[in-house]
Design a protein around this ligand. Structure first.
Ligand code: F6R
Ligand code: MG
Ligand code: MG
Length: 367
């Protein structure tokens, strides 16, 4: 059976600052999908990570289906109504356009979708980040798929050793989708050169070269490219299918043990370590830290199992401690040098305005 998984997520209001969506808000989103989605969806699940709510949907309508996108948009509008009634912070924040126009892409919410032939057993992971951007997935996906230190399947399994096809998007290009497709192992170094700049080049998808089947879909939208001003971090989501012709679930999770540094945290403008956290975790320290959740599920005939919280396992307590220590280490130098995000990231902030003013006061000293 050919199915489509769609994840659409947005921040439409939160309690206590940009911390967590209210229970009533999440319920309103869920009720809307339950009531209006029954003829469109074979199943759905709702998750929240930091201040964002993600709607995971299974259906047979393919990618970019306007009915599916409208269903999610209207659910976020219903959530926004509650956020306004309750006076939640940032009500409707990620709904950047007034009216829905066919597809949520370019309208504020993050989305990723995958259409594939369901395997007899179809395990997958829904990752959701808060307080960072989609380039946060570059490092763990590169290592989880292309590096035998994490994906031992490259050494131990014939099909996986045939490698993977990575599609990378130039997210600074706003006239359309500017993409490049590279194959590992032969294009490994070219891929590395692009992925080292996660604010510019972002993995959009990964497919198995043995089966041609898609393994990964990442939301690639950059809010600052849509809005032309700072509207919060993009807070990306990703779907990753696992096992058999793909890396195992554990191999895909393995690189997150690095707690790698990502752009995000306070005002989306700092570099902090990405902390793997439990489902539904809130935002706290320094408008962060940047967090990621991982829900493991199986889908069968378009129906989901209950989710399992993959970062709840005790191993990840140690990584949370490590992420805190790494964040402290860079926080010690405040906003100096690499502690703050690059100038490109600060494009729509006060720093740039201030430099423009100061620029006028610079003089060239006569010799
Ligand atoms: C929001 C976010 C936060 C805010 C910060 C300031 O998603 O990432 O870091 O940028 O809390 O928010 P305002 O300007 O709304 O007070
Ligand atoms: Mg927010
Ligand atoms: Mg958020």
């Amino acid at each position: 059976m050919k199915i489509t998984l769609s994840v659409i997520k947005a921040d439409v209001g939160s309690i206590g600052g940009h911390a967590v969506p209210g229970k009533k808000l999440v319920q309103a989103i869920e009720d809307h999908i339950k009531n209006e989605g029954s003829r469109l969806l074979s199943d759905f699940k709702i998750f929240h990570t930091g201040d964002d709510t993600a709607i995971l949907m299974a259906h047979t309508k393919g990618k970019d289906n306007s009915d599916i996108h409208k269903l999610a948009w209207d659910a976020f509008v219903a959530g926004t109504k509650i956020a306004k009634e309750q006076g939640l912070y940032g009500a409707g924040q990620d709904l950047l356009k007034d009216a829905f126009s066919g597809n949520v892409r370019g309208m504020g919410p993050a989305s990723c979708e995958m259409e594939f032939e369901e395997r007899p057993a179809e395990p997958f992971i829904l990752f959701a980040c808060d307080k960072t951007d989609p380039g946060a997935f570059n490092y763990p996906l590169f290592r989880g798929f292309a590096d035998p230190f994490h994906n031992a399947g490259i050494l131990l399994s014939g099909d996986i050793a045939r490698g993977f096809e990575f599609t990378v998007m130039d997210v600074n290009y706003t006239q359309g989708d500017r993409i490049i497709t590279l194959n590992v192992p032969e294009d490994y170094y070219d891929l590395a050169v692009l992925l080292r700049d996660p604010e510019h080049y972002v993995i959009e998808s990964v497919s198995s070269r043995a089966s041609g089947s898609q393994a990964v879909a990442v939301s690639t939208s950059r809010l600052h490219n849509i809005a032309g001003k700072y509207t919060g971090k993009d807070d990306p989501v990703a779907l990753v299918r696992s096992q058999k012709d793909f890396p195992s679930t554990g191999e895909i999770l393995s690189p997150y043990a690095t707690a790698h540094y990502v752009a995000g945290g306070d005002r989306g403008s700092h570099n902090v370590a990405l902390m793997p956290v439990k489902l539904g975790e809130i935002i706290s320290y320094f408008d962060g830290p940047a967090i990621i959740t991982a829900a493991g599920l199986c889908v069968h005939n378009g129906k989901f199992t209950e989710p399992v919280d993959l970062f709840e396992q005790p191993f990840w307590d140690t990584i949370r401690e490590k992420a805190s220590q790494k964040t402290f280490a860079i926080r010690e130098q405040g906003f100096f040098g690499v502690a703050m995000a690059s100038m490109e990231e600060l494009e729509y902030t006060g720093v740039v305005e201030r430099i423009k003013e100061l620029d006028k006061k610079f003089i060239i000293r006569s010799k």
